[in-house]
Ligand binder design. Structure first.
Ligand code: ANZ
Ligand code: ZN
Length: 844
């Protein structure tokens, strides 16, 4: 049981002025409104309504891992505020719900329980859906979709085929991250920490497989450049992470001739460098030890050594390989590259600090000016040649490469130039002699989308010996997942479980009719989630992926809400999909999410809730003890939305008390015998109207916690007015109670609905009109500012309490008296402003 849970109704009863009246009872209130909203269709968007402006508020859809947890409770409470506020402001609001319901956990559960993944999945969805409803989120249930429904993944497959038609989906052999325990391929980002699987923490190995990719790299520049549209509306750190992930760097590619050796003929190798100005400082070349190139270049006498070195690399991650404090190791390949300008022989090495899949997998070693090259040169006894004078100590002595700005030295063709000019000059020289060219390189890789698992959208391709890859004809979509497999049949075997289902795999080739085989891989679930926010506009359409017209009317999403764990991939993939769809003419916008909000985490005792720490808090228990509204109010009131909430520091019972207090206010007003004072109490009216005006600004600025603080002040002020004699019949009290109900409806919908109807209005408060404030009632808090000249008091000013320093300075200097002093003393030397109380003008 939860301590303090009973205090709610006790307190309510305590202050009950009249024993006959009922007290605040959240269970009763929840039971009253939950069915009402359902039947009333209170939150349905009208997709055909062209008369009102639209507002699309979208929460990142949940994965059906179990019942809703505290993290969901926070995220959805936050997302509901802008959705409900827009509704009160008269927008045609779309606030949809769906489930990201393909994925490994369902499959693992099915293997364990000898079931089909759909059983676990849809059972969890039902549980979550019921909890969602109870949680009172203003969602339009008619939009509901599940990515594992045939009606959905049919269109995921359709989109794959459209990408395929445009050459944006292709297959290639490549070394992939392989989890030996999950028996599946992992994307780079699913390899975490020291190279372990994101899900099962087993060390990840490499394996060469033929895999499907989306050509996201074609969109690298647009993914970067279009971020301009998001500046200021997305958290800066998310934009930074996207930028980093795409990792555009500019420089040059330089072509090196590789000397013939024994039987091995002369060849060419390009390297990518961001510092072509350091070309004269190159003393060796390094290729990635695990790249094909290393095998191609190594002479026979060194091959065994290379193989041995490779075997030792194991599953070291890229980050580790490149990290600064790692011991530099490598193998000499017995070959030499020829310096393109000096003709000098440069030994070629293989090492793990060069990555196989970045640039060309080979670097020119400039130890004087690149730290990793310096460490490598020092470990292997290679020359260090300074070509940029940065004024620092010699790198060999310092142990630190001179990476900064400086003047080029020992570089005949660009001697004396500064770094930036030398880079330009070097590119000119190289291009002129066809030895290189300007080059932009990206860290972004193509998106590996095939998975050797069952519970995902099958890739709609048929492999025919005669015809090759043949797309499944559109009228044969969806390629359905078999429904009659279970348990062990789904166990990972290093290939997709679908591959063992002969009935499923064997089909006639749609092109030539001969026996052929289906592709047995399924798509990464990130494919499903890259377009669901468009499907919400027509979740049941059988004729089209979505209605372009409706999508264009509601999208881009006005407010997207979700966890920062999706800062990179989900958002990048969604942005990529949107651009492809734009190019296809299916949508008219190039960015899917106009504004993004990352909510904080819910902690307990300073730590993330986890099973191992035993500090988990059960959402359902909290809801039973305090009621939905109190939990929601607590989430919102605890901190600004992007900050963490520590459940150990908050007070849902305090929130429940406040709700009871607000509710009682409405109750008393409703039972008061009409208005007994015509003009109402001026003081309270001012507070009410100030609250409305401030709430508008605070809601726009997403300071939701402060809105609640203001609301509490309003309820207190109304209570005081009643107690000080105005009585509950005062129109000012009624106005305060109505305003409180409307603002409260943003976070505590049940209580607010009860208040609203007690005050004599038709439900739902959610569709009432936001109150307008009366400008003339807004009394401005003012303070007296003192204006000094050289420290002596010379004048005073009445100014708004929240005046800015700049404004205060301007007003002070404009005072005639002060002007007089300034003129007499020959002008202003400086002005010291301590807003809002003091301005000191120093003259002379
Ligand atoms: C010579 C040089 C001199 C470099 C110097 C840097 C400083 P970013 O900025 O991340 O794009 N490089 C190129 N390919 C690589 C690979 N496959 N693995 C590891 N390192 C690689 O980094 C580009 C720089 O990283 C390139 O410029 C290259 O080293 C190295 F004073 O070339 B540089
Ligand atoms: Zn064929």
């Amino acid at each position: 049981m939860i301590e303090g849970a009973l205090t709610v109704s006790e307190t309510a009863a305590d202050v009950q002025p009249d024993g006959q009246k009922k007290s605040y009872d959240f269970q009763e209130i929840e039971a009253r409104w939950l069915p009402f909203w359902d039947e009333d269709g209170t939150f349905a968007a009208d997709l055909e309504d062209l008369s009102r402006p639209t507002k699309y508020v979208c929460d990142m859809f949940p994965y059906p891992s179990g019942d809703l947890h505290m993290g969901h409770a926070e995220a959805f409470a936050i997302g509901d505020v802008p959705a409900r506020y827009a509704r009160l402001r008269g927008f045609n609001v779309l606030h949809p719900i769906g489930w990201d319901s393909f994925g490994l956990p369902a499959e693992n559960a099915a293997i364990k329980n000898n079931a089909h993944p759909a059983e676990w999945t849809y059972r969890n969805i039902d549980t979550q859906a019921a909890s969602f409803k109870r949680y009172g989120i203003s969602t339009d249930w008619s939009t509901r979709l599940h990515t594992s429904d045939q009606s959905y993944y049919r269109w995921t497959q359709w989109l794959f085929l459209k990408f395929y038609e445009q050459g944006l989906a292709y297959r290639k052999d490549s070394p992939v991250n392989w989890c030996p325990s999950c028996q599946t391929v992992l994307a780079n980002e699913q390899v975490i920490g020291d190279g372990v699987c994101e899900r099962c923490k087993t060390p990840v190995t490499k394996k060469s497989l033929n895999q499907w990719y989306f050509k996201i790299t074609d969109y690298a520049d647009r993914l970067l450049d279009d971020m301009e549209q998001l500046q200021g509306a997305w958290p800066e750190r998310v934009l930074a992470m996207q930028r980093n992930w795409i990792g555009r760097s500019t420089g040059a590619s330089v072509s090196y001739t590789i000397e013939a050796a024994g039987e091995m003929a002369e060849t060419q190798t390009d390297v990518f460098t961001t510092r072509p100005d350091t070309l004269y400082g190159v003393t060796f070349m390094v290729v990635a030890a695990d790249a094909e190139l290393a095998s191609e270049l190594v002479i026979d006498a060194h091959r065994a050594e290379l193989e041995e070195y490779r075997a030792g690399l194991g599953s070291v991650t890229e980050i580790e390989r490149q990290s600064a404090d790692r011991e530099r190791t490598g193998v000499f390949l017995g070959r030499y590259a020829i310096h393109p300008l000096t003709g000098e022989k440069l030994p070629i090495w293989a090492s793990d600090y060069v990555l196989a899949d970045y640039g060309t997998g080979a670097v020119m070693g400039v130890p004087a000016h690149d730290q990793r090259d310096l460490e490598f040169a020092q470990a292997m006894g290679l020359d260090v040649r300074v070509v940029v004078d940065t004024g620092e100590e010699h790198p060999s002595a310092a142990g630190a490469a001179a990476a900064g700005e400086g003047t080029l030295v020992n570089s005949p063709e660009w001697e004396g130039l500064a770094k930036a000019e030398a880079i330009e000059r070097a590119i000119e020289v190289l291009s002129g002699r066809r030895l290189g060219e300007a080059k932009v390189n990206y860290r972004l890789r193509d998106w590996l989308l095939s998975r050797q698992r069952f519970w995902g959208a099958p890739i709609p391709i048929i492999h025919c010996e005669a015809c090759g890859e043949v797309p499944v004809p559109e009228d044969q979509l969806p390629v359905r997942l078999p429904t009659d497999v279970r348990g062990e049949e789904l166990a990972p075997k290093g290939k997709s479980p679908l591959a063992s289902l002969e009935d499923w795999v064997n089909v006639d080739c749609p092109a030539c009719g001969r026996p052929a085989r289906r592709d047995t891989d399924t798509m990464d679930t990130f494919v499903d989630s890259s377009w669901y926010y468009m499907r919400y506009l027509s979740p049941n359409s059988e004729d089209e992926v979505f209605s372009t017209e409706t999508v264009n009317r509601f999208l881009p999403v006005d407010q997207y809400v979700g966890g920062v764990e999706h800062a990179i991939l989900h958002l990048l993939y969604s942005r990529f999909f949107t651009k492809v769809l734009y190019d296809m003419g299916l949508v008219s916008f190039t960015e899917p999410f106009k504004a993004l909000m990352n909510q904080g985490q819910v902690l307990n005792g300073g730590k993330a809730m986890s099973k191992s720490l035993g500090n988990g808090v059960d959402l359902a228990e909290q809801l039973d003890a305090y009621g939905v509204d109190a939990v929601r109010l607590t989430m919102i009131f605890a901190s600004p939305p992007e900050d963490d909430v520590d459940w150990a520091d908050v007070s849902p019972s305090g929130a429940a008390k406040f709700l009871a207090r607000a509710w009682r206010l409405a109750q008393e007003v409703s039972s008061a015998p009409g208005a007994d004072r015509s003009e109402g109490a001026g003081g309270l009216r001012a507070v009410t109207h100030r609250t409305i005006a401030d709430a508008e600004q605070l809601l726009e600025a997403q300071r939701y916690n402060v809105v609640i603080a203001r609301l509490m002040e309003l309820v207190n002020a109304a209570r005081k007015e009643i107690d000080s004699g105005g009585g509950p019949g005062d129109p000012a009290v009624r106005e305060a109670a109505e305003t409180a109900a409307q603002i409260l409806s943003l976070v505590a919908p049940y209580t607010a609905e009860d208040m609203w109807t007690m005050l004599g209005h038709e439900p739902s408060v959610a569709n009432s009109a936001w109150p307008t404030y009366d400008e003339s009632l807004l009394v401005q808090d003012t303070v007296t500012a003192v204006v000094q000249v050289k420290g002596k008091l010379r004048d005073k000013l009445e100014v708004p309490a929240d005046i800015t320093a700049e404004e205060l300075e301007a007003q002070a200097l404009a005072l005639p008296k002060i002007q007089g002093y300034i003129e007499a003393d020959g002008g202003v030397r400086k002005v010291i402003v301590r807003a809002p109380k003091l301005v000191n003008v120093v003259t002379g």
